[in-house]
Design a protein. Structure first.
Length: 575
């Protein structure tokens, strides 16, 4: 019923609301996963929600109120934006002396008030009200939003969180794809719920959906602009049914819960084709599922949309126009390497060129490109696939990742025999790619001969254009990026104030910051002589290479991102 039923039970026992014998009897009746003693006593009628919330509110020094007859009009609605009210599941009541009072149903969810105070930048106080009254008042205050999730939860016997929903037409189309019409009467609510989880993620611009079983709750988080944000989640007792439904949709073995599994879900949402890569991992409290959302519309991204400044874009366009050699994109997982490679392929995909990719797995289907899926179980490794496709006489080859000496050797051989090869490596900076190639066994003369350039990249959150505002930076803020305080004392930087479009975060979307390392004659000589990466990096800096942080600084000054974002993603960049 609340976020900590054990503590609630203790409060009720101390106030003699229930006897220990009642609690023991209810505990013996607990059978379902996530079901508590409080749930049992509520079902039996030995307790009511009003009694429980009243004593819990009293224990926390909060007022328990009945808001069923409260006057809810335009003035009340204006106190709190609908998206914030739904996100935190609160109803605004009144504001006095700069303090906003809201009603909530779970007085033990301490994150609600802290989150509200941060989002609104004002003092917020709370009173406690029954959950159903809050849901009813929320519907009255914000009638423009669907109650689809409410309907689904009520069908399943629980209360639903409010959230931004798409229209009935989109919901119905998605539910048809997920098999609601074919599902049995008992299964249909779960299928609808799974459809809404995907729909919410799409509307929120999420890149990943995380379904995480925990000891006493079932957590759902969306990764939005690279940051995980927790969502209102279903009751713990629905965990098993939801996880099984997503496994079924991804064509996984339902009976296998001991080992990780991978699958894929292909659906269309609001006219956009989405590919969900699904991964399961057994944990102590059930299977954790992560679904990566691949939006095929991202294939249309050009180089400007990636975040290149004009000079870097011109440099990169020259590099991808080379007739042969290896071009590497480096960075950690989730830094946008694959998106960059696809943008490159889209730029150079012409009828007079043959393009072949080797990927694990193929993330996006590209028109005019031959894409090969790696399958190690049948011997189709990166190296084996690469050997085969070179006999197909391609002009351009894209390798998902260079992981071992065999793959690297074949890629270098291809580059030296007239092919342009794109690939990725997991290194922190661009010159570090040389060290990585040498570490896996590639000879220095091979690297020097084949490598044309390396680009390291990271993704920073972009300032929301709807609520972007200027501000004068503090001297310490400028120093943190190594900027010259005297020269930039009059500089005006930008930040997001927070609005409905960016969910009060101040950020909307992401852009890349880049470090482009070109291999010229001098760098080739240093590689051939097996010089250290420090020396190579120093020489590259002399030749004009900008570091990730320096490119980030340019984008801070241009009003694209913020100081804190650049510091966050370039923490290891000391130059």
């Amino acid at each position: 019923m609340t976020s900590n039923d054990d503590y609630v039970l203790q409060i009720l026992l101390e106030n003699n609301v229930i006897a220990q014998e009642q609690a023991d009897a209810a505990a013996a009746s607990v059978t379902g996963e996530g079901e508590s003693v409080i749930d049992i006593m509520l079902k039996k009628g030995e307790l009511t929600e009003e009694i429980v919330l009243g004593y819990v509110a009293q224990a926390f020094g909060m007022e328990f109120v009945d808001i069923s007859q409260a006057d809810m009009g335009d003035a009340t609605r204006a106190l709190l934006a609908g998206d914030i009210a739904r996100k935190f599941r609160v109803v605004p009541l009144y504001e006095m002396d700069g303090t906003l009072t809201v009603a909530l149903a779970d007085p033990m969810n301490f994150e609600t008030l802290d989150g509200l105070r941060y989002a609104l930048d004002k003092n917020v106080e709370a009173v406690v009200a029954p959950r159903q009254q809050i849901l009813t008042m929320m519907t009255m205050l914000y009638p423009d939003q669907d109650a689809n999730m409410d309907d689904i939860y009520n069908e399943l016997g629980g209360a639903a969180p409010e959230g931004e929903q798409a229209g009935d037409e989109e919901d119905s189309a998605l539910e048809d794809q997920l098999g609601v019409s074919q599902a049995s009467e008992a299964d249909a609510p779960i299928v609808k719920l799974c459809a809404q989880i995907i729909m919410r993620a799409f509307v929120s611009r999420a890149s990943d959906i995380h379904l995480e079983p925990m000891e006493k709750r079932f957590r759902i988080r969306y990764r939005i602009d690279g940051v995980l944000r927790e969502q209102e989640a279903p009751p713990k007792r629905l965990q098993g049914a939801i996880l099984q439904r997503f496994k079924l949709m991804a064509n996984m073995k339902l009976s296998e819960r001991r080992i990780p599994q991978d699958g894929r879900i292909q659906i269309k949402v609001k006219g956009r084709e989405l590919d969900l890569r699904v991964s399961t991992v057994p944990t102590g409290h059930g299977e954790s599922i992560v679904m990566r959302i691949l939006d095929k519309q991202n294939l249309s991204l050009g180089l400007p949309e990636l975040g290149f400044m004009t000079d870097d874009q011109q440099t990169f366009e020259q590099l991808i126009g080379l007739p042969d050699g290896i071009l590497l994109v480096t960075g950690p997982t989730g830094s946008g390497k694959t998106t960059t490679l696809y943008a490159c392929l889209g730029q150079i995909n012409k009828p007079d060129r043959k393009l072949i990719t080797v990927e694990d797995p193929v993330e996006y289907q590209m028109t005019g490109v031959n894409q090969v899926h790696v399958n190690a179980d049948i011997g189709m490794t990166f190296a084996a696939a690469l050997r085969a496709i070179l006999r197909q006489a391609p002009n351009i080859v894209m390798i998902g990742e260079i992981r071992d000496l065999e793959t690297a050797s074949i890629a270098i051989e291809a580059a030296l025999t007239g092919h342009l090869v794109f690939s990725t490596l997991h290194t922190n900076d661009a010159p570090g790619a040389i060290t990585r190639l040498l570490d896996i066994g590639v000879k220095p003369f091979q690297v020097a001969s084949a490598l044309r350039a390396v680009m390291a990249q990271r993704l920073v959150r972009a300032i929301c254009t709807e609520c972007r505002e200027q501000y004068t930076p503090e001297a310490m803020e400028l120093r943190s990026l190594g900027l010259n305080v005297e020269d930039l004392q009059s500089a005006m930087l930008y930040r997001g104030a927070g609005c409905q479009r960016c969910s009060q975060s101040g950020y909307k979307g992401r852009k890349g910051i880049f470090e482009i390392f070109k291999v010229d004659d001098e760098i080739q000589r240093l590689i051939f002589e097996n010089s250290g990466v420090t020396e190579i990096r120093a020489r590259a800096r002399e030749l004009g290479m900008r570091t990730l942080r320096e490119d980030g600084i340019r984008k801070v000054i241009a009003g694209i991102t913020t100081v804190s974002e650049v510091l966050r993603v370039t923490m290891g960049d000391e130059d």
